[in-house]
Design a protein around this ligand. Structure first.
Ligand code: RB5
Length: 172
């Protein structure tokens, strides 16, 4: 797989551990991250990684900042990607298998490089669950994107969303 990687200064302490795991699993790195520990803005890196995943230039993404929270919030603004904050292996496994996360975010001020390596390895090695209940829930989550542009009768209209949701259930 091709894995897009990005980090700011606060995610920098996890950077070499993340690159090591990706390479040891024989994946290709697309590196957008800051290789210097100088102060910089996490949304710039979230944007590059999320757009690469959205456009299919990368299969999955890894983003690191201080907490992982800013990167997750920023990446999730790009429609077509699912970014999940994971600091433990259980969350990493379910983020991939149940939630179809395509980007993992981690905080360099929250976990250390050794934990980050284990968490990332699980994320990269877990497949999406094909179970219908998870597929149906993911479809409901995807339908919520329609609410991002509110307006009567428009894309974000709640009645329209309800209608689309019931159409989808009938079609399954
Ligand atoms: C940088 O100080 C810090 O705010 C940033 O790395 C990140 O944690 C934001 O969510």
């Amino acid at each position: 797989m091709r894995i897009a990687v990005g980090n700011d200064h606060a995610g920098h302490p996890l950077r070499s551990a993340v690159l090591e795991v990706i390479e040891s699993l024989h994946h290709e790195v697309i590196d957008f991250g800051s290789s210097e520990p100088d102060r910089c803005d996490y949304p710039d890196y979230a944007q590059q990684v999320a757009v690469a995943v959205r456009d299919g230039r990368a299969d999955l993404g890894v983003l690191m900042c201080g907490t992982g929270i800013g990167m997750a919030i920023a990446a999730n603004k790009v429609s077509g990607v699912n970014a999940a904050l994971c600091h433990d292996t259980y969350s990493a496994r379910l983020a991939r298998s149940h939630n179809a996360a395509t980007i993992i975010t981690m905080g360099g001020r929250v976990i250390g490089p050794e934990v980050a390596k284990e968490v990332l390895a699980v994320f990269l090695q877990t497949q999406l669950s094909p179970e219908p209940r998870h597929r149906q829930r993911r479809a409901k989550v995807d339908a919520l994107a329609a609410l991002s542009s509110p307006g009567p009768g428009g894309e974000g209209d709640e009645e329209q969303l309800q209608l689309r949701s019931s159409e989808r259930e009938t079609n399954q």
